[in-house]
Design a protein around this ligand. Sequence first.
Ligand code: SF4
Ligand code: SF4
Length: 278
Amino acid sequence: MYGTGLAKGLLLTLRHFVESYIDDLRYGFRKYHHSTDNFGIRQGTKTKGVITVQYPDEKVAVPERFRFVPFLIVEDEDHPTRAGKDWCTSCGICAKVCPPQCIWIVRGNDPVTGRPVPEPEAFFIDIDICMNCGYCAEYCPFDAIKMDHDYEMASYDRTSHHIHDKERLSKPNSYWRGIAPTRAYEEMLVRGTWEHKDAAKEARRGAASSARGRSSQPAAPAATVTSSAAEAAPEASAAAAPAPAAEGATPWSEDDAKREERRRKALERKARRAAKQG
Ligand code: SF4
Ligand code: SF4
């Protein structure tokens, strides 16, 4: 029958109107008091009626799965070995899958050998072009890019404020665990660790190499260095000690001597190849 939909719509509006006043009676003036928890309750799924959110004084809490622009995860500042280190390996998958192509990545290089290292030197996202689809976060194999909850980004200067660089994009792992605890927990179960999976791998390698170092080290003769002599000249004993085993060290965390050695070998290989071709 003509007009049924119109009548239903009007009835719905009337119901919301009445329910708003019932809710007012239920909460009384506490409903408008900013310092109470009522605002959170009124924004919940059990809320009835229509209310006005006094933004920006009041803000509706966003659900955990809410997504706005992406950010990059870095290790927490209190991490014992990788504080502030990027989780991103600059593999470029996010930039490839991004539908509007608003991600730019510059892969880092080893300063000595010039070979690429798994760290981004620069990372930019144009948040005006980003359509908040979340593909980058879905496809990242290292859980290194996530969708943020921060939606207050209006500004008058597009260039300096809306093209986010690596510094602006980087946020600690603890931030992600704070805004998306359930998701972070699920990811941790799949990854097997709260840290970046490389951190756990490095720790395992370090433990294995130090165990190998201990087992292969010959027992020092008792008369060679007495404890009192070592205490008397700790610098000398440290200088005489062999450098710690570098096995398992990543190219970007090794010391200068090791780098120099690697560079020398790379140049030798290059010279041999050139001689063969010539
Ligand atoms: S954020 Fe993830 S997908 Fe993108 S480059 Fe870094 S590691 Fe690769
Ligand atoms: S959320 Fe979507 S549009 Fe935005 S950077 Fe990620 S993939 Fe690109």
